[in-house]
Write a protein that binds this ligand. Structure first.
Ligand code: TRP
Length: 466
């Protein structure tokens, strides 16, 4: 019998997820995040609807899934964090820079992502208190100003810093529980709740008079709106949406059980993530069009338009609570995966106790995040190269570190990994018949993914623009 590489001489203490279903929920929990709610639906609407979705799916196949698989491969094969991976594979130590870049990205992203998660928590609280109810009694124009006022108010003073602290604290408490009792338990409970809430929200929206127009905006394939820039946007989105380039999927992959079908998981996660994004769009745009508002993206959509339009509906406040609860779940499970990257590095490379590693990591994230990303904070008004620190962290991570990390991971697995080893991991030692797919995956990874990534990278840096 063939002995699977991971069974030889590896520490047995390392935790894994219990079943393929919990692997799926944890990994989907990482992919589904703020991106599904404020990026994907809006970008789809503005870039040709169904046409954009087709292009997006193409990049999921050519870029998203191949990189995700490569990260899973590195993680499960070595059962290691994203720095340790390269020691285990006896690679040149220069490759370890992928891991250090991942560590840095994790910090930079968390500085601002946890800030936004804090706003989401604040909105859950406000919706529970009924703070948005009065919007429903106003005319649209008046309500728009009031909704903007609530957002500005949420962002000012000390309160958002406290909410950010609560969001990070919750992530810390879950992560101290470990892989099974922390990440697995929370994601397997909350991801089904998220899916249910988003289906309910979409169904409610689809019964409104603006449903047809909303559906049109989201789905109708209009190839004339598909410009070069939309194609680049689709590539970048496929990458960020699937949590790639910083070792998140290496780290989660290192916890996958040995029976898991890596190829199956990557397909399921990528397509379920698209489904969640589409459902988010279906929940939002019919309402927006029913009240004849202009669709917009980003924080404006989530924190101003949604409270405004949902509060106009019968039972709108309940719907608003449901929507912000699901957004809170999405951002929290995404943060778990971001923070787990440094935790795995600290516990395995520096042999810190898990609890200590969590406390140190989340404290740094909170302390730096809180003084830099709020308009009223100590360094809240500092600008670097014309960008606020909030935007700078976003720019450095999404445009520089993640695509570079993704490119290096791709090159490493495509050109410095033996085909046999890759095949062994993808077929679980020959027990599942993925052989043909492995050849296709290797081909794409060698000749297509790197070229696409270089284009994403140059575009993100502003060197190339189509
Ligand atoms: N995919 C998540 C979202 O859409 C964000 C995310 C979580 C992420 N972990 C990541 C992005 C790691 C890049 C790298 O919101």
């Amino acid at each position: 019998m063939k002995v699977r590489s991971e069974e030889i001489g590896k520490p047995m203490k390392r935790e894994t997820f219990s079943t393929s279903l919990t692997v799926f929920f944890a990994t989907l929990g990482s992919a589904v995040g703020l991106g599904n709610i404020w990026k994907f639906p809006y970008m789809t609407g503005m870039n040709g609807g169904g046409a954009f979705i087709l292009v997006y799916l193409l990049f999921v196949l050519l870029l998203g899934i191949p990189i995700m698989l490569s990260e899973f491969y590195l993680g499960r094969k070595t059962r290691s964090n994203v720095v340790g991976v390269f020691d285990k594979l006896k690679a040149h130590k220069i490759w370890k820079s992928i891991g250090y870049m991942g560590l840095l990205s994790s910090l930079l992203i968390m500085f601002f992502y946890s800030t936004v998660a804090g706003w989401v928590y604040a909105y859950v609280f406000r919706a529970l208190k009924g703070d948005f109810r009065f919007l429903g009694d106003m005319g649209i124009d008046e309500a728009r100003i009031a909704s903007e006022g609530i957002f500005t108010d949420t962002l000012s003073g000390m309160a958002p810093m406290v909410w950010q602290g609560i969001a990070i604290l919750l992530v810390a408490v879950i992560l101290i529980g470990g892989v099974k009792k922390g990440i697995e338990r929370v994601t397997k409970t909350l991801m089904p709740v998220l899916l249910l809430l988003i289906i309910i929200s979409a169904m409610r929206a689809l019964t409104l008079p603006g449903a047809a127009e909303g559906l049109d905006f989201l789905m109708k394939a209009d190839f004339s709106k598909l410009k070069g820039s939309s194609i680049l946007a689709a590539m970048g989105l496929a990458f960020f949406k699937l949590s790639l380039g910083m070792g998140t999927m290496v780290t989660y992959g290192s916890y996958f059980n040995k029976e898991n079908n890596l190829m199956g998981t990557s397909f399921k996660v990528a397509f379920s993530d698209v489904a969640v994004s589409l459902l988010a769009g279906l929940a939002i745009f019919p309402v927006v069009f029913t009240f004849q508002l202009a669709p917009e993206g980003g924080p404006g959509l989530l924190f101003q338009t949604i409270p405004l339009v949902f509060s106009m509906l019968p039972l709108g406040n309940l719907l608003l609570i449901a929507f912000f609860v699901l957004t809170a779940i999405a951002s929290t499970t995404a943060m778990l995966s971001m923070v787990e990257v440094p935790i795995a590095i600290l516990t395995e490379e520096l042999k810190l106790a898990r609890k200590k590693a969590v406390i140190i990591t989340t404290s740094v994230m909170f302390m730096i995040g809180v003084i830099t990303t709020h308009p009223d904070a100590l360094f809240g008004q500092v600008e670097v190269a014309g960008k606020s620190l909030f935007d700078l962290f976003d720019y450095l991570s999404s445009n520089l570190l993640l695509p570079l990390g993704g490119l290096l991971i791709t090159l490493f697995v495509a050109y410095f990994t033996k085909k046999e080893s890759l095949k062994d991991e993808m077929t679980n030692g020959g027990t599942i018949g993925n052989e043909k797919l492995v050849n296709l995956y290797r081909f794409v990874l060698k000749y297509i993914t790197p070229v696409l990534l270089i284009i994403v990278f140059l575009n993100a840096l502003g060197i190339l623009s189509i």
